[in-house]
Design a binder for this molecule. Structure first.
Ligand code: 3BY
Ligand code: FES
Ligand code: FE
Length: 403
């Protein structure tokens, strides 16, 4: 059996409403197919437009086997390219971020414009046609400051997600933001464990004392519904009356979801006191306690938008047992550190929460590697969200691997 066939067998064997098997978390063939069928095909959250505000500013990321560079060109257009030189393949941009008037490959100095065209290649002779050796573009879409890329030759239609998410994020004026702080955590666990952990708060009580000052475990939110929950519908009605779309929307295949949840009584932000972390607001609704707008897009991002700041999370698989989680704290562009916000106060809750989640993921990854591990059942009450993720993964893999 090749890796596609063996992975298909493994996803077919999954018991409904149960965790995945040991192999699905640890096997190298499965990881290869996770990359082939998901990471190399889907739209992946790369970063924000305001991280590359000026021409020549760039950042790099690794999507499975593909090194990518995202750069703002001279015309102000955000472009993404395969970060592999058209000469002998070296990575061209080798830092996480930077600024360059041109993209010069360090190996033999082939020089590319910010639009990807090859401008200079020494000693290549008269026959050589630079036009045939420009950087290869990567599909790139922007929605309210979020830069999404897709390394497939043919990307899935971005429009349904764009149309669904835009009304939710637009009233938060993300274009008016900057990154106040960025954290990068390498978690020693399979990427699916990282997302599963995010899709339930069954673990929150015992693990996240800082987060629980403001976050309430709302079981219907962690799942897929909410209309039956009077507290949630009251929150939705209040926010929607103030111009903030809030009612849960889920993508057709379950790959994205937006919903707005209330925070605990009196809390308006993810701080230890529950008080705002930032002077000034992102939204203009006039409502103080808008709670948190949650949105995820599988497989690479989940997000929280509050009244005073927002948090974006990016997940990237480094190997079958290592996952990079990048968190960005977004505040209004004109907010001054030390004046309008205190960095420690802003970041304390989620730095702690991320580290707690990292430990949960790492210990689970160690446990599921035991030959004695057997997938256990999901709670019908508290784990509908995690079940929804695992169902999406299995359905997607089954469909794509059966072709
Ligand atoms: O975004 C979510 O759906 C989950 C639910 C609980 C924790 N997390 C924020
Ligand atoms: Fe880039 Fe040679 S590999 S110039
Ligand atoms: Fe957690």
């Amino acid at each position: 059996m090749n890796s596609a066939e063996s992975t298909l067998e493994l996803v077919k064997q999954r018991k409904p409403r149960h965790a995945l098997s040991r192999e699905l978390y640890t096997n190298e063939d499965v990881f290869a197919e996770d990359l082939n069928q998901i990471w190399h095909k889907e739209w992946i959250f790369a970063g924000h437009t305001f991280e590359i505000e000026k021409p020549g500013e760039y950042f790099t990321l690794q999507v499975g086997h593909y090194p990518v560079v995202v750069v703002r060109d001279d015309q102000g257009i955000v472009r993404a390219f395969h970060n592999a030189c058209r000469h002998r393949g070296s990575r061209i941009c080798q830092n996480d971020k930077g600024k360059n008037a041109k993209l010069v490959c360090p190996y033999h100095k082939w020089t590319f414009g910010l639009d990807g065209n090859l401008l200079f290649a020494g000693n290549m002779g008269a026959e050589f046609n630079p036009k045939e050796h420009g950087l290869m573009p990567v599909n790139c879409e922007i929605v309210n400051s979020y830069i999404y890329i897709c390394v497939a030759d043919e990307a899935p239609n971005f429009a349904p997600f764009r149309d669904a998410v835009t009304p939710f994020i637009e009233p938060h004026f993300l274009d008016n933001c900057k990154v106040a702080y960025e954290s990068n955590l390498v978690e020693k666990g399979n990427w699916k464990l990282v997302f599963e952990n995010n899709r339930e708060c069954y673990h929150c009580d015992g693990s996240h004392p800082e987060l629980l000052n403001s976050f309430v475990e709302n079981l219907s939110v962690a799942g897929v519904g909410g209309e039956e929950d009077p507290e949630l519908t009251e929150h939705w009605n209040k926010c929607e009356a103030a111009g903030l779309p809030s009612r849960l929307v889920m993508g057709e295949t379950g790959n994205y979801r937006m919903t707005r949840i209330p925070l605990s009584a009196k809390a308006v932000s993810y701080t230890m006191s529950g008080k705002p972390a930032v002077n000034g607001r992102l939204d203009k609704s006039g409502v103080e306690d808008i709670g948190a707008l949650l949105y995820f897009l599988y497989p690479s991002t989940w997000n929280h938008f509050l009244g005073d700041h927002a948090l974006s999370f990016r997940v990237l698989p480094l190997s079958s047992g290592e996952t990079l989680v990048t968190t960005k704290w977004l505040v209004p562009k004109d907010a001054q550190e030390g004046v309008d916000y205190d960095l420690d106060n802003l970041t304390k809750v989620w730095l702690a929460t991320n580290d707690q989640d990292r430990q949960l993921v790492e210990e689970t990854f160690r446990g599921v590697q035991s030959p004695a591990y057997r997938p256990g059942p999901f709670s019908e009450i508290a784990e509908n969200g995690v079940c929804q993720f695992v169902d999406w993964y299995c359905d997607t893999m089954k469909e794509r691997l059966s072709k």
